[in-house]
Write a protein that binds this ligand. Sequence first.
Ligand SMILES: [Zn+2]
Length: 280
Amino acid sequence: MQPCPLCQEKESILFHSYETFTLVMCKSCQLIYRLQVDQVQQEQLIKNIYDSTWVAMRDIYAMNTFKEHASFGALLLDMFFRKKGKLLEVGSGTGEFLWLAKETAWQVEGIEPSAVACEYAKERYGLELRNERWEMSIFEEDEKFDAIVFWHVLEHIPSPISFMKQVNSLLAPGGRVLFSLPNQHSLTNVLQGSSSPLFVEEDHLIHYAKRHIEQLMALSDFEIISLFSREEPTRLEYDLRIHPAGTPNMTERDKTKMMVGLQSGWHGHEIYCVAEPRHE
Ligand SMILES: [Zn+2]
């Protein structure tokens, strides 16, 4: 049995068996990960999932991506980064965030494994993404970045410690990493358990909660600057609209309270982390 990709514990318990894959939970740190996570055929998964249908879906939701994700990412850059220098995005998808970062004066580079997504980013936003999977060898030896960002990428990576160490080594002095990922303790996961849409995604190899990110960052020589969970306001509004029975006559004030509660209670849909290499 393959050990936990985070704490190396060998024992795990069954979380759930889905049709095509199985999730287990580490007995020691409660990380949830795919059984035989190191043997997943990622290239095929990427081809199957991030195809032209996916790009068409991204196209429909592009405005939402700008409003809910790209602009929030750009805001975090303004808050947590001292200067606008070279920025690398790992997994640029269809390019919305990278376009916005470029518009706000960053020198941008993006890596994206899906060829159709790269074509779209070029046509729609004039971005030249590198159509590659994450490999250290694609960088020049002295290539360094002031910011490395990735949105919902970490959960697709089978060996997170080695990945984060590589990210660490690519940062210029004073550089920082900024990323987001699904939260194992999100309200959706808590309410729906193993049938939550977040767990049934075949390419989500590892499901992290707050403590796992703290552990991962310590193991890869990072110091955390900010770590928080977030729920998109419109997503919550949507949930409230389709589940009115659960929230009878909820006032705006109560909704706001619930939103704040979700965030402070670490049940937001996403985890965000800002960190920098630990100074000895
Ligand atoms: Zn573990």
